[in-house]
Design a binder for this molecule. Structure first.
Ligand code: FAD
Length: 289
């Protein structure tokens, strides 16, 4: 297993910001991950799991916990039977969705463009274009805080809009099993392409971001509220409300986490002043702000 000291998290987040983690582990197998978690449990050293870092804003000063990266090494996807696909937690959602499509299994195509891992997508109950991961999830294997290996149903994960109980309970996701429907591979591929085109048209994919920065307020759209508050293109240092999609805060290249955080706070303040709606970040914050 690779262990790096003072590893800068900006190398591992899609926002491209974030200071160092004291220790950064890259386990090579599920067994190594389980052993590493046992050691952390016994020593009491705090840790967090990192997927693709596509929903994280990490402080410039870094974090005071160990980080365990699971993408890349802990990945793999297999067909369990005619309608079920199992993926390890570090598998890219795109890879799992593509694999399902190639088997002529539909249900994951709208999730294909979400740049996260299977584990990170479960934590967030990630979703797009009317599909959430809970719609296709049959079960999920987790390691508990006490080292027990459990298979949980979607109900036991309490999946709701961009939320699950995984973090509150201190679970580490090991793998997920998806139940899908039979479909024509070419048609599923066509829908994937359509979603990809829509993303490329609407989202600032050429700039570093963490996707939609804010949760969707009940009955409203964050991007629309931000635009109505006159904030399209508004910037603080290198952080900017995307010109292309106001729901995205982007790093124009040299933003610091402090600038991104300051802009998020300012957007919340101005949207509240304009429309009395208090936006809540969807992006998770690591470290002190
Ligand atoms: C361009 C862009 C577009 C996006 N579009 C969408 C979209 O359409 N829909 C959507 O929902 N999201 C979208 N996102 C946000 C993001 O991709 C999702 O939230 C994704 O599910 C995060 O997965 P991740 O692997 O990157 O998680 P990370 O950002 O690495 O981690 C997120 C949280 O999950 C925890 N975690 C990760 N893996 C595990 C594990 N195995 N066990 C326990 N905890 C774990 C981490 O500790 C952290 O708290 C987008 C992001 C970008 C940059």
């Amino acid at each position: 297993m690779q262990i790096k000291e003072n590893e800068y998290l900006r190398e591992h987040t899609t926002f491209r910001v974030g200071g160092p983690a004291p220790r950064y582990y890259i386990p090579e197998s599920i067994e190594e991950l389980i052993e590493l978690l046992r050691e952390h449990r016994e020593s009491g050293v705090p840790f967090r799991i990192l997927g693709n870092g596509s929903n994280l804003l990490v402080s410039d000063a870094g974090v005071d916990f160990d980080v365990i990266e699971i993408r890349g090494r802990l990945e793999g996807v297999e067909l369990l039977d005619a309608e079920r696909v199992r993926a390890l937690a570090g598998t890219q959602l795109a890879r799992a969705a593509r694999f399902a499509q190639q088997q002529g299994l539909e249900g994951m195509e709208a999730l294909h463009g979400i740049p996260g891992t299977v584990g990170g997508a479960l934590v967030m109950n990630a979703g797009a274009y009317g599909t959430e991961i809970r719609d296709v999830l049959e079960s999920c294997e987790v390691l508990t805080r006490t080292g027990e290996r459990l298979r949980l149903s979607p109900e036991e994960l309490a999946l709701s809009y961009r939320h699950s109980c995984i973090e509150e309970k201190g679970y580490t996701v090991l793998s997920a099993t998806f139940r899908l429907r039979h479909g024509a591979a070419a048609e599923i591929a066509g829908r994937m392409q359509d979603y990809r085109t829509r993303r490329m048209e609407k989202q600032p994919l050429n700039l570093a971001s963490a996707g939609s920065t804010f949760r969707r307020p009940e009955g409203q759209f964050a991007g629309k509220l931000i635009e109505e508050a006159g904030l399209r293109g508004f910037s603080l240092g290198g952080a900017q409300v995307s010109e292309k999609h106001c729901g995205f805060i982007v790093n124009r290249g040299a933003a610091s986490a402090a600038e991104l955080y300051a802009l998020i706070s300012e957007v919340i303040r101005r949207v509240e002043a304009h429309s009395s709606v208090v936006l809540k970040p969807e992006v998770k914050m690591w470290g002190s702000f």
